[in-house]
Design a protein. Structure first.
Length: 304
């Protein structure tokens, strides 16, 4: 099989056949086993919130979209073909970083997953999942996925590895599950956000009616948590496909990324996430504790 090609900067810019986003702030947020939180501050770098609340920058960058944790450190002395590793050589867990638009995930099988294409520059958007081993062997995860996404008129906007080894795929208006043998299940389409504070991507009327699902996380109980960026909220989707809003953000804030650690949910939010960077992209992180309490643990919009 020919090596998969990745159009790093334009994967999300061309998603779907009728929807387009010209730019977007980062969605990358992860939590390590110790409880340290890492998130992307787009066009600035990667921020660490230590367990004692100290905030530091661990990586400087002028881009920034996605991150994932390699807890086993299988990529700690190498890196995926098209992506960066921002932790030092040999450090575990390794942090893998996507400066461009492709969502990424580290599977429990020890392989790295990203969204790419097999058709070069003619690929209309991210509709293919690629698996890459630590030895840089690449294969397509599911031959059926692109066909299903075309039928849904949708494209990949977020990606997460689930504890059961499957992959969950977030889209403009769909949630899909892909198993390691390539089977695809449509969990929800369309995604009905009844209390959506609609704010279409790029403020473009052509993108109305699309919640624009981005950051996604899956708990050990099978519950799925997704940032519905164009609805200014975080959704919980249960196995019965029930969609529930669990967190709202007042404008100009909107969720872009989600992570889970020990039952707590961490949400990355940005100001003006549905508009261009010229409107001002500033991040904050809010935590939803197991008891439902919501606290802000970092706010980089506040001048010190």
């Amino acid at each position: 099989m020919k090596r998969a090609r990745l159009i790093l900067a334009t994967v999300l810019l061309q998603i779907g056949f009728s929807h387009a986003v010209s730019a977007h702030p980062g969605s990358g947020i992860v939590v390590d086993k110790y409880g340290n939180v890492y998130f992307i501050h787009s066009k600035t770098g990667v921020v660490k919130i230590s367990t004692d609340g100290e905030i530091t920058y661990i990586h400087k960058a002028t881009d920034g979209h996605w991150m994932c944790l390699d807890e086993q450190g299988l990529f700690s002395k190498t890196k995926p073909t098209y992506f960066e590793r921002i932790t030092p050589d040999g450090i575990k867990p390794a942090i893998l970083y996507a400066g461009g638009g492709s969502p990424i995930a580290m599977g429990s099988d020890g392989n790295f997953y990203y969204c790419g294409g097999q058709k070069g520059d003619k690929q209309p958007g991210a509709k293919t999942l690629i698996r890459e081993t630590p030895s840089k062997q690449q294969t397509v995860v599911s031959a059926a996925l692109e066909k299903i996404l075309n039928e849904l008129n949708d494209g990949i906007t977020g990606l997460a590895a689930a504890p059961d080894s499957s992959l969950y795929v977030a889209c403009w208006n769909s949630l899909l599950k892909v198993t390691m043998d390539g089977r695809v299940t449509t969990i929800a389409h369309p995604v009905d956000v009844r209390d959506c504070d609609e704010d279409p991507a790029d403020h473009n009327r052509a993108n109305r009616g699309m919640p624009l699902l981005r950051g996604i996380a899956v708990g050990s109980d099978g519950l799925v948590y997704i940032a519905a960026t164009s609805c200014h909220c975080v959704l919980k989707i249960a196995a019965g496909r029930t969609v529930q809003t669990i967190l709202k953000a007042d404008r100009p804030w909107s969720p872009t990324g989600v992570a889970i650690h020990n039952g707590d949910i961490y949400v990355l939010e940005y100001t003006n996430a549905n508009g261009p960077a010229t409107e001002g992209w500033f991040p904050r992180v809010r935590k939803i504790s197991k008891d439902g309490k919501v606290t802000t643990i970092a706010d980089l919009s506040v001048k010190k």
